[in-house]
Design a protein around this ligand. Sequence first.
Ligand SMILES: [Zn+2]
Length: 381
Amino acid sequence: MPIDANSSKVLQSLIKGYYSKAKDIAPRAVEKREFGFGDFENKISFRHKAFKDAASLQEYLAASAPAYVSYSSAHYSYPDARPMENKKIIGAELVFDLDASDLHLSCQKEHGTGWVCDNCLSSVKKETIRLIEDFLIPDFGFSKSELEVNFSGNRGYHVHVYGDNVFKLDANGRKEISGYISGNEMDPRSIFPTLGIRGVQLRGPRPTDKGWGGKFAKAFIGRLNTGIGALAELGIERSIASKMERKRAEIILGITMGNWDKVDIPKKAEFWSSVISSMVIKQSDSIDRNVTNDPYHLIRLQNSIHGSTGLIAKKFALAEIDRFDPMKDAIAFGKEPIRVNASAPRFHMGGEEFGPFDNSTVELPAYAAAYLIMKEKGTMK
Ligand SMILES: [Zn+2]
């Protein structure tokens, strides 16, 4: 059900209220950015807008109360010029966009990708932490001060990388970074050098190794410790998985010394190649590579409202990521009661539990009512 005129009027006044008080909304170098705006139908209905300073952006937002605000990670000499090449790109930050809907979670089979549950949010946060702690800091050498994280406003997180090293990267350089992180062109022999050589012990990475090898060893040990289900998820046959579980301690000890031959597996080369690719695919899907690779892409403005939830695309300190709870910390609207007719699963917001609703007419705090209307799970009553 699309958002009706009456609901949309109420939502607009809530959004207006947020922007007339919001601070810290302009990105750094605001005058060099391209902006795009959307309504409840189109996330970007027009673009190529530019603002000379933070105050004029703020004023525009308070006056027009857009449902979606996006901006360029690129800096341009002429951000409102058209076509794109006339903008004259100066450089661009590197952005990673992680979305729970790409994680193939089992909960999504039940609630669909339009809905977001607690498990979706905690899983995508885990992926974001993994991107930062397993790749951006150790493998690329970015420092924490060059990274900025924000909630996407809906069901994911954005990681922005600043700094001179990335600013001038072209599309190919960006592609190499996202390619490495998603491991999509990885040769299994770069991890197992003796793979496919008969009569030779299968040597492989130790969990303490740098780069992909160490990550693979750590992740595989993690799965061994989790049990047969986690191994089966990698496409490992149940009979082999249960053999691995029985010999778990011995296998783990072997791996810590770089010996991956502690379990007898038929067709070793095919086996490990397919385990590597199924572990890598999970990861590569969680990052929207178009966002990372394309320096001209527009992305949700930090601290702006997301028109599918009414939540803030909230920026927070990296050190806060474990504690950050979007359903508490990214709430934009107040508690004034709004009557809605709703059909929705149970959800948590603002420290309260709501629902489940089945065509029920209820009075909810504005932030929860707006959430349901914007998720198209409710209408104003
Ligand atoms: Zn879920």
